[in-house]
Design a binder for this molecule. Sequence first.
Ligand code: 6R9
Length: 657
Amino acid sequence: MAPETAGNETQALSNLLQENRRFEPPADLAAAANVTAAAYDEAAADRLAFWEGAAERLTWAKRWDKTLEWNPPFAKWFVGGELNVAYNCVDRHVEEGRGDKVAYYWEGEPEGDTRVLTYNDLKTEVAKAANALQELGVGKGDRVAVYMPMIPELPIAMLACARIGAIHSVVFGGFSAQALKSRIDDADAKLVITSDGGYRRGKPSALKPTVDEAVAECPQVEHVLVVRRTGEDVAIGEKDIWWHDLVDRQSDQHTAVPHDAEDPLYILYTSGTTGRPKGILHTTGGYLTQTAWTHHAVFDLKPETDIYWCTADIGWVTGHSYIVYGPLANGATSVIYEGTPDTPHRGRFWEIVQKYKVTLLYTAPTAIRTFMKWGDDIPAKYDMSSLRVLGSVGEPINPEAYVWYREHIGGERCPVVDTWWQTETGAVMISPLPGVTAAKPGAAMRPLPGIVADVVDDQGNSVPNGGGGFLVVREPWPSMLRTIWGDDQRYIDTYWSRFEGMYFPGDGAKKDEDGDLWLLGRVDDVMLVSGHNISTTEVESALVSHPKVAEAAVVGATDPVTGQGIVAFVILRGSVEESDDIAADLRNHVAKTLGPIAKPRQILVVPELPKTRSGKIMRRLLRDVAENRSIGDVTTLADSTVMNLISEKLPSAKQED
Ligand code: 6R9
């Protein structure tokens, strides 16, 4: 397909990629789907009534008086309503006779290290933990920092906070002492909940020393509650209390008092691309409404029969919304896995799917591309016939990765739902519905019922079908962030100032000829080549569509002729040997797929790509490499040695014509 011609002023982002494959929903799934096409019409006819219906799936201690109070950009949902989030996630299932149902199958990284928690068990554990927090003097509105591995005490701690109205701030267990300290300070947390450590890559990985280092500089922290997980030696100081000493002796009875629908539930820090982390604030009623409804709709969750597994870390929003709050509110049975996908072998995920007969799987493109790189023969060894819906989140999913996921994991029978959302949106916003949508590989398709999203040009005008630009959300939604903790002005400036009256998430997107939405990556990463705004996503997807490529990251590097030149970093698939002609081969492939304007100036074959700890490619660092600068801040990198591996490849870089 020919690239867009220059001179189209309203065209904010070129639309280069053509994709004609379609996957209809399976007939049996469509026939029994939780949500049908009628939901779009209902929500379009009366959006607030639609969300009221979703809120009615929860148990409210007091019904709301008003569905939405909107003082842009500040929203209040279900005003006057009262509920207890932990009661909704745990107790009500027990009261309704489902206490023996499994809430979590927990799989530790060391093989054979497992725990099963029913809703009864969870109720007992949450009640004890809530009593323990109160004994420590933690009350409503207090902030609690949680720095833990993926063990059952993590969701238990979160639910205990929610139950008493304390605000949790979960900090991902891979962050440094400095990152933890700054988050404890920003939220002014009085309690830290942690563990001695967790298991990662086959060995214990300590957490407590990091907490000690952070807390040494946080006088406001009164206590540190420590779960024993690995049993390794840890220093126990004055502020420290073992979880088993305090929690185990508590009563298993705890009355859940109702909280206001707009009382804070949690703060979750997101670093974004630049600057100081932002404490994203979520509240109770709207957040639980949308996480529960979207989990029911997007995964077609049948709580009685499905086994659901989200592979994210609970330290990220995906884990908050789709391991803890959404699934538990729906009474689901979930799997939680502590460790990495390659421990003790590269088939671990598929072994878990086989063992628990997982039906719904939610993972990230970065993981899918890694599995592609490891080879098709690994998943082929396992029985994954239980699977029925596959989800993707975190980055745009390249069409080839989508098709691979569908074929090699989903046995070509499972719909793939590409779910777009953010820490800030709290819950899924744009996604296919598995029983409704004829999905296109690589497209998030349509805003969910009740969500009003659009693509606009740089003046804020809606782009026509076939056009690209900036993704925006036009109307408030129940699980939206309420503000940035302690900084309303930054909330306004960051999200509501780019386009008048619209929420701007910072992502580029396009509408295809049918009006379906394709996410094109962060607008900060867009490349400007000879007057064309080209998204990183489209060029990366073109590269990944080459049979030899497993992963690709592209960046724009300053170019004397074209403004920016496209520099591509690629990882080859497992069995492919690097050869001299590969760069030329790939450049031609991109030119053929997207048009000559998108042809990379330079291609580097690398063994790894720099990623954040949640698996998103950090293009900023690759730009430094491409522009021969010294490499910037690498503290948020998952693996800091990766940049050395990439730099070593540089002398052999092939600069083409
Ligand atoms: C849930 C989560 C948010 C950013 C978001 C976007 C990218 C997430 C995506 C996607 C394309 C998808 N993103 N899902 N891009 N397609 N399905 O990842 O939250 O960590 O806050 O990141 O991730 O760029 O703006 P968070």
